[in-house]
Design a protein around this ligand. Structure first.
Ligand code: FES
Length: 124
């Protein structure tokens, strides 16, 4: 999706009340407030709003190119990673204590305001 297409989609949402909003900092340090719905994966929201995320395997926990750093305030509020996710993070760059695969973060209403930062190596 091009940035222009993403802008069109954001305009489409102008009058809607999203169930939740996640706040994503891109690889250039720009912050984006992204409307989302429960049941979506964080990676899907980031990708579908047109941010620069590779997410090469499409959410199968097989590539680590959807790696994010979760804000410390939020890290303990998320369900813990599976062993598969932890193993896959071994393939990522700049892994930190709060690293997660965004395709493995299933959004719920309690995650309104969740803050994530796209990690290096996730660019398309
Ligand atoms: S999209 Fe490949 S591991 Fe998340």
């Amino acid at each position: 999706m091009s940035p222009a297409q993403a802008a069109l989609r954001i305009d489409d949402f102008e009058d809607l009340e999203p169930a939740l909003t996640i706040i994503v900092t891109d690889q250039n340090g720009a912050e984006h407030r992204l409307p989302a719905e429960p049941g979506w994966r964080a990676m899907e929201v980031i990708r579908d709003w047109g941010l620069n995320i590779k997410a090469e395997c499409g959410g199968a926990a097989a590539c680590a190119t959807c790696h994010v750093h979760v804000d410390r305030m939020w890290a303990d509020a998320l369900p813990p990673p599976t062993d598969e996710e932890v193993d896959r993070l071994d393939d990522a760059f700049d892994v930190q204590e709060t690293s997660r695969l965004s395709c493995q973060i299933l959004l719920s209403p309690e995650m309104d305001g969740l803050r994530l930062r796209l990690a290096p190596g996730t660019e398309r």
